[in-house]
Design a protein around this ligand. Sequence first.
Ligand code: AMP
Length: 286
Amino acid sequence: MKIIKQISDMQRVIKIEKQQGKKIGFVPTMGFLHEGHQTLLQEARKNNDIVVLSIFVNPLQFGPNEDLDAYPRDFERDEEIAKLRGVDFLFYPSVEEMYKENRTTIIKVEQRVDVLCGKHRPGHFDGVATVVMKLFQIVSPDAAYFGMKDAQQVAVIEGLITDYHLPIELVKVGTVREEDGLAKSSRNVYLTEEERTKAPSLYKSLTLGKSLLEDGEKVHTVKQKMEEDILLQTGYKAEYVEIYAYPTLQELEKVKEAESVIIAIAVKFSKARLIDNIVFSYNKGE
Ligand code: AMP
């Protein structure tokens, strides 16, 4: 495995691989790798000749009061995991390298961001789309792997790929969970011991919401019941509990056709803000 820190070096090695007809699979991350990231890497390894992993904590996607400085980092451990998972190139640029010159443009996401995390983290998805676009230009992948743990991010990237005609296959990977249902996340290390015992209730609440919806309960009632459940189980008021059509993230009532539905939830614990969701097919029965 080769560690690459310069954009120009990354572009040079990829060009050589591509000239040899190699298929490039790309897994962008912010590091502090867990089994969720590793599943993405495994999928990429199965279906590509070359696997590129990027580790970059992107300042552009953090708000002023968010956890940019406190975001967990452990490059040496990540390097070992990457080797074990068969990564060929580990792209590990500095902030200065990625945002070298005065930026003259930014990608502004115009749809799918007025709800869920987009609503609560203004500018977050502009930062995500901008860095992902930059990384796509640097790595030129044939396929890029994203986790459904961040389902809104997947919806945004799907839009980006379509809007800019990027010849990249978006591979969506299901959420990897702990045995008790808690979605794996780099931020889980910031849960206190007591919060850790309560955190699986996010997923339990999502499955409760799903069964209520499938039993024909109204969206409004389902949300209310989930909110009550979260407060009772965790002692925290959910930042949001939302139900939308997926991936358009439009209100279910406005959607005519049967399609996928997302139930999503965010809860701010004392230090960690956790998000989770489930996406499933939904037939309105009309
Ligand atoms: P992050 O390092 O948090 O930016 O995540 C990098 C990629 O890993 C994103 O595509 C995430 O959606 C994905 N990911 C994070 N956690 C999980 C998980 N528990 N299961 C599957 N994918 C995940």
